[in-house]
Every structure is written in C-alpha cells, then in structure tokens.
Design a binder for this molecule. Structure first.
Ligand code: PLP
Length: 450
C-alpha cells in the first residue's frame, strides 16, 4: 500500500561524515565490519528505532550486530548507569568489587551449565581466552574451526569463509578440511598451520581431523548466526560432545550471539549439550562492552593454577568495569524476570514476523526460506534452510538479497545491507512494528520489477 510509504529525506550527509572521518581513521569508522556499499550514518537510537543523520526513522533489525535485546537506550539500563555514577563507582582497578560478584552469581544462575565465569571486554577476547585455556589444559595446540562461524578478530580464530566453488575440491581431498583462508594478514605461518576449518554439521570431517592432529579445542557458534541462521542437524552437538570426549579435546560453544538471545541459558540450554567452555557477549549487556568466558571449574581455575606452566593469564584494566557491570546487571535482571517474560514476548513477535515474511515471499512466488532461532531470524532464497556455508554460497541469490535490503532501507526498515546478515528483534519492538515491516517487505518485493 504505497500511500503508507514513509517519506524519506536523503542528503549527502552520511557520505560527508564517512569522507571526513576517513581523513583520520582508515576506512572512516572504527570497525571495518560496519562498512557496507550503502553508507548510512546514524544519529540516535531509542527502543526499536534508529534515526539517521537526515532524521529518517528506521525499525531496526540489525541491532548493532545483535546486542540490543531490550532495545536501544533501555530506560532501566540508563537508570542503572546513572546510579553507578551517583554511587561514585569508579573503575577502581584495585581489589574485588561487590558488583562483579553479584553479576557472576546472577550469570551462573542464568547459565546453569557453567560453573565459573570471568568478565572481559569483547567477544574476541573471550574466544581467544577460551582457546588459550583449552591449550593450557590439554597441552595440545591444534584447533578445529567451523566454516561460517565467526569467532572474533584474533589470530587463533581468524579463518575466513571460503568464497569460491573451487575450494570444495581441496576440501574433499583433505577429508573434509578446508584450506585456511585467513581473515587477516599478519598471522604467523606456524599459527595458521594449527587451524583446521571444516564445514558445519559434518561430524565425519571433525573425526578425520581429530585422528590426524593433537586437537586442543573445537570452537563453534552452536547456531551459525553470522551467515544468517544455520541450525545444527539433530544430534550434531551431541556428536561433537562425543568426539571431544573420545579424542580428548575441549568443546567450546561461542555463544556471543546465541547467549541470552536463544534463551536465558544460551543455546546450550536449548540443545541440552554442555560444552567445556563457552563465551558470551552482545545480548548479555544490551549493547555495553562486556563479554564472559564461562565453563567447568577445573578449566576456569587454571587462571589460578599453582603450576606456573599451566596458569592462564586472564587480566585486563577494564575487565568488569563498574559502569558496564551496572548496565549488565540491569539487563540480566530484566531478562531473568519471570513477570516480564521477555523470551515469551520475543518468541511470539518473532514468530509473527517470520511467518509473515514466509507468506510474503510465497505470495510473490519467490523460492525462499525463512529461518528463526528465538528472536533472531534470517531469509535465504533457497528452497530449504541451509545446513552449512557451502549450501549458501552455491545456491543463495545474493543479488536479490542485497536489493531487498536496500529497498527496505528506503522504506524505513533497517536490515544490515549485506546479504545473509541476520535480523534480531528486541523487547522494544511492537506488533505494529512487525506489521509495518511486513507491509514494507511486500511493497519492496512488489517494486522489484518496476
Ligand atoms: N563470536 C561471535 C559469534 C560473534 O558474532 C562475534 C562478533 O560479531 C564475536 C565472537 C566477536 O565479538 P566482538 O566483536 O565483541 O569482539
């Protein structure tokens, strides 16, 4: 219904900001992952909405790469942060604080499979530490990575997606192992040789590699949420658990995206498989910079080992910063509040959205599949939900995906303008936001042939 299309002002302000920033910051912004072909600079966010620098409003499904589970500028978090200043909670950087203990206790109540927890500043720190702990515990060095699982920016997890069909031949020849396609330059060859990427949902490849190398750890997002939403086959995680126990490596679930989003206890609470270690970030603090490394006591206590050859250094000036801890406590208390029933609300809204998207694609005769995991969702132009990255690059219509995202932005709906990126809804989204989004998707698809 075109009469309901929001009018949109577009100036070159976003582009100007990018150009000005680029005189000082390579790429014009602090994280290259935020660069897209369609530069949009935002001025503010509140609840389910973002406003760009031209004053246009968007229903936000990007959620800053997924942290915002309560919505932007959540009032309870704001009050908690203000209170932390009123209480003069400085970053003492000296001795324990009561608040970090409170947060740890609440965290462990939320994630019952974890026995101990440590707080860090970013997901990348947490995943790198998880691998370090696994290496210290096993005395081994090799690591199995999963294609399509983004686990951060550090050398130990920096394998990029394979982007060519030719790579498949090499993989088959190597018993399921992909050649390493490093995400960054500057990784020493010796370190790269310790990393073994395999496809998601391929237990045989994991076993082949576990037979050939002394594996310290396998790290994976339990649901791949950096290439849309790719779910595990029934029994996949139980299979990983069995292989880890049999071959003596540690199983690490990188729950930076699934943690506190798939469920209060993370995806491990959904699938019923307990990893040795897991990492959290993003939704744990609704947008504040904190991450957690959690796991079995015997592994986590390696930070305190009396044997210096096994002791792992977990330290950081800003670890458990009091302002961030206050914001995180406020977030977790809300997420854990049975009266609010955040997850029930998110599930209902998310289901309405994904059902509506599927109906919409169907109505327009598009071959598409919509995948949902709790409050996160994704759509692919494929007949079936993909089981791995390979099925996506070899079948998905990336051009149509990019085009639709761009048309939605023009209509006031913000999905990150890069194909396959997941959408996330927040507790601040309303049924009206969802209906508006569905109308705009319908209109965007209708305009494709114009
Ligand atoms: N692990 C997963 C699953 C992620 O999605 C990300 C970031 O997107 C990271 C780790 C890295 O977290 P950070 O960007 O906070 O370093």
């Amino acid at each position: 219904n075109v009469s309901q299309l929001p009018s949109r002002k577009v100036s070159d302000k976003s582009q100007q900001i990018l150009e000005r920033n680029s005189r000082f910051i390579p790429g014009g912004m602090a994280s290259v992952n935020r660069r897209t072909s369609q530069t949009l600079a935002f001025a503010r966010g509140a609840g389910a909405y973002l406003w760009d620098v031209d004053g246009n409003r968007y229903v936000d499904y990007h959620a800053g790469f997924a942290p915002y589970i309560l919505g932007h500028n959540d009032p309870d978090q704001q009050a908690a942060v203000n209170q932390s200043f009123a209480d003069q909670l400085s970053n003492f950087g000296s001795g324990p604080t009561e608040q970090e203990g409170e947060l740890a206790e609440l965290f462990l109540q939320c994630v019952p499979t974890a026995e101990r927890v440590q707080f860090l500043n970013s997901g990348s720190e947490a995943t790198a530490q998880a691998i370090r702990v696994s290496r210290a515990a096993t005395g081994r060095e090799h690591v199995i990575l999963i294609q399509g699982s983004y686990n951060g920016n550090q050398n130990v997890v920096a394998a990029n997606l394979m982007d060519s069909v030719e790579m498949l031949g090499g993989r088959q020849a190597a018993g399921g192992e992909y050649p390493l396609n490093p995400i960054t330059a500057g990784i020493p060859k010796g370190e790269a040789a310790l990393l073994h990427p395999v496809e998601f949902n391929d237990l045989e490849a994991v076993e082949n590699i576990a037979r050939r190398y002394e594996i310290a750890a396998l790290i994976t997002e339990p649901v791949l949420q950096n290439i849309g939403i790719v779910k595990p086959d029934p029994g996949y995680h139980a299979g990983l658990r069995r292989l880890a126990d049999h071959y003596g490596f540690k199983l690490i679930f990188d729950e930076v995206k699934t943690g506190f989003r798939a469920a209060l206890g993370g995806y491990q609470a959904v699938c019923g498989v307990t990893p040795d270690l897991s990492t959290f970030g993003k939704a744990i603090a609704n947008g504040f910079p904190i991450a957690a490394l959690a796991g079995k006591t015997e592994l986590m206590e390696l930070a305190m080992s009396s044997d210096a050859t096994r002791r792992v250094l977990i330290a950081g000036t800003y670890n458990a910063h009091p302002v961030t801890v206050s914001a995180t406590l406020a977030c977790l208390r809300k997420l854990a509040d049975p009266e609010l029933d955040v997850y029930g609300y998110l599930d209902r809204l998310s289901e309405r959205l994904t059902d509506g998207l599927a109906e919409c694609f169907d109505r327009h005769g598009l071959t598409a599949t919509v995948v949902r995991q709790g409050s996160a969702h994704s759509f692919y132009f494929l007949p079936e939900p993909p089981r791995n990255w390979w099925e996506i690059i070899s079948g998905h219509n990336f051009a149509l995906d990019a085009k639709l995202r761009s048309l939605l932005i023009e209509r006031g709906v913000y999905y990150f303008p890069t194909p396959t990126k997941q959408g996330s809804i927040s507790f601040a989204h309303t049924a009206e936001d969802i209906e508006f989004t569905l109308q705009m998707m319908d209109d965007a698809i209708g305009s494709l042939n114009n």
